[in-house]
Design a protein. Structure first.
Length: 220
């Protein structure tokens, strides 16, 4: 839709081929989950964000929402994985003023092996960006049997479909409520995990490669 609108190209000339999800991402064992929690959160459950700390990633509202969640007796912590060289002054100010900032843990950039373990151990992925090109962490979380909370903006609803909690990334109350719901509603978590398992079947590198090859052959 963006290509069609920006460049005024007939949509019949545009093919969409999705990213795949790597087989590297797997469900974490209970032993792994317990070890990760002991290492990073003193044994507590945690929500997780993955991505560079860029303004479009909505870190400001992520922190504000988590603060409200904690004020409503939320029990989990928040782990943030990603480089922080783009974090803005407003976001820094919000973090410094947080009552529960000690429950927010910035891990910076980490290696893939550790990333898979941490992701697989999370209560849910909080991926509430304003804009994304695809949103790969969404399908990586689904591959790891981790529920997803994501935005109704940009490409994210197309990728997550009905297999995630879809929120308004500008609505602090809505984001906070989704965190509480994920934490307290075990049947909902299991439903999202199962829907995620079905959803990721659509994101396969072999399928993507075959589609690209078909497009190339049709234009030779």
């Amino acid at each position: 839709n963006d290509i069609q609108k920006k460049y005024r190209i007939n949509k019949d000339k545009i093919d969409v081929v999705y990213n795949g999800v790597s087989e590297y991402f797997q469900i974490a064992s209970n032993d792994t989950k317990n070890a990760i929690k002991r290492q990073y959160t003193n044994g507590d459950d945690f929500f997780l964000f993955i991505g560079s700390l860029h303004k479009r990633k909505n870190i400001k509202n992520l922190l504000l929402s988590f603060e409200q969640y904690k004020k409503n007796n939320g029990n989990s912590k928040l782990l943030i994985i990603g480089e922080n060289k783009w974090i803005d002054k407003d976001t820094k100010k919000i973090y410094q003023s947080m009552k529960f900032k000690n429950d927010v843990i910035f891990l910076g950039r980490i290696n893939n092996t550790e990333l898979v373990k941490i992701l697989g151990s999370a209560t849910a992925l909080l991926f509430i960006s304003i804009f994304e090109g695809f949103g790969i962490p969404i399908i990586e979380a689904m591959k790891c049997s981790v529920p997803v909370i994501t935005s109704k903006t940009s490409c994210m609803p197309e990728i997550a479909h009905d297999s995630a909690i879809i929120i308004d990334p500008h609505n602090i109350e809505e984001i906070k409520n989704s965190m509480i719901e994920i934490e307290k509603n075990a049947p909902l978590r299991m439903e999202l995990i199962q829907k995620g398992h079905n959803r990721i079947k659509k994101f396969n590198w072999s399928t993507s490669a075959n589609k690209v090859w078909k497009i190339i052959k049709s234009n030779i």
